[in-house]
Ligand binder design. Structure first.
Ligand SMILES: NC(=O)c1ccc[n+]([C@@H]2O[C@H](COP(=O)([O-])OP(=O)(O)OC[C@H]3O[C@@H](n4cnc5c(N)ncnc54)[C@H](O)[C@@H]3O)[C@@H](O)[C@H]2O)c1
Length: 364
């Protein structure tokens, strides 16, 4: 049985995020709905080679709906987000006379959908695309919001485009093969939405962390729906990241520095888990946040098995990394902090003493 929930993302180019189970047929329907003057004929499905079998199933479904489906198997994770891989996809499209009315489908985690969105944004100056996210992080974050991009030798996500998809499909059945550690890491972002906007998310996790991380449970589906609804609301009002969208960076300033210090071998969700703990302590020291809410951060993250402490000896490295990041954005050091649950705000240029004091609270 097909059952799903539809969340609209408003904006110049509005689209729906469809969340449910057994949703493969929705991809073709979304492609037909996306067609403007001419119908979509060819579809390029970009997928990690690791998901080749599932991509074949998707191809079969699309072919049976009348599309001519091409598959582009790309490397795993960050290895996909390279200009050589984008060029490989452009090559497949060029050789098969891909026109402006044809479409791209990104089928995979955030790295695949970031690449696929970028390929779609750049081919013939932009063709339609549908994101089919197969990771928790992809569903609640990467596939929604229209940020697409690839990495360069100098850094992550340095080349890309804001380019809205025609639809985002979150088929929870695809998560059945996703390793548990990827689910837990994705939960870092879910907790973030709980703290910045929706206390019910925290309550669901606190009530039963086992069910909350089980992709077959109703609780899990509700967590995804609630998270996507928040992301949809925020990106609808700030597509190009010039204001409100900054609140989505809760825990990310230190989190990015940790990812860098760990040479990107850590999962993003684990790094921002520590980052959230840090800004909670920072807000407490600044007299903004109660002990109770800070303790709730530690409790909910620990319940999920996410880390809340980091290496005392790494402070100088992390501070230098945050300063570098700040310089590259020609701005001051900024942290999204909370005044309370669902009351995010920005703290600008706290002193190094205050930052260090907050860090000491989260040291091993
Ligand atoms: N565009 C945005 O707004 C945005 C936001 C957040 C993150 N991102 C990007 O997302 C990327 C991280 O995404 P991710 O965490 O989804 O990682 P990922 O895409 O690297 O996927 C993680 C791993 O899971 C595997 N996998 C994917 N789906 C699977 C499934 N259903 N079953 C089994 N294995 C599966 C992948 O092959 C990979 O090995 C980063 O590149 C990050 O920059 C983008």
């Amino acid at each position: 049985m097909v059952e799903f929930k539809r969340i609209s993302v408003a904006g110049e180019n509005p689209y729906d995020v469809v969340i449910g189970r057994n949703l493969l047929a929705e991809v073709g329907l979304a492609l037909n709905a996306a067609a403007t003057a001419d119908p979509v004929k060819k579809v390029l499905v970009i997928h990690p080679i690791a998901l080749s079998k599932s991509a074949e199933v998707l191809k079969h479904s699309l072919d049976s709906q009348g599309f001519e489906t091409l598959l582009a198997g790309v490397p795993d994770s960050e290895d996909a987000k390279r200009v050589e891989v984008a060029a490989f996809c452009w090559g497949v499209m060029g050789k098969s006379d891909f026109t402006r009315s044809d479409a791209v489908v990104g089928f995979g985690g955030g790295s695949t959908t970031d690449l696929a969105g970028f390929v779609a944004a750049t081919w013939l100056r932009g063709v339609k695309f549908v994101q089919v996210s197969t990771t928790l992080l992809g569903m609640v974050d990467a596939a929604v919001g229209g940020k697409t991009g690839i990495n360069t030798a100098e850094g992550k996500n340095l080349v890309g485009a804001f380019y809205a998809p025609s639809a985002v499909i979150c088929d929870l059945d695809t998560l059945m093969t996703l390793p548990k550690n990827e689910i837990i890491a994705g939960m870092g972002e879910v907790v973030k939405y709980g703290f910045i906007a929706d206390e019910r998310i925290l309550e669901i996790i606190e009530a039963n962390p086992g069910q909350a991380t089980d992709p077959t449970s109703a609780e899990f589906a509700e967590l995804i729906e609630r998270s996507v609804a928040i992301k949809a609301r925020v990106v609808a009002s700030d597509f190009r990241e010039s204001g409100l969208r900054e609140i989505l960076n809760y825990g990310h300033t230190l989190g990015h520095a940790i990812e860098h210090a760990e040479r990107y071998q850590w999962r993003h969700g684990a790094a921002i888990s520590i980052g959230m703990m840090f800004v909670a302590e920072l807000a407490r020291l600044a007299g903004r946040l109660s002990d109770e809410v800070v303790d709730r951060h530690r409790n909910v993250l620990t319940l999920l098995g996410l880390p809340t402490k980091y290496d005392a000896a790494k402070w100088e490295t992390l501070l230098a990394s945050m300063q570098r990041d700040k310089k590259s954005r020609a701005g001051q050091l900024r942290f999204v902090v909370l005044d309370d649950i669902a009351k995010p705000t920005v703290m600008t240029a706290p002193t190094n003493e205050m930052l260090f004091a907050a860090y000491q609270e989260i040291c091993d």
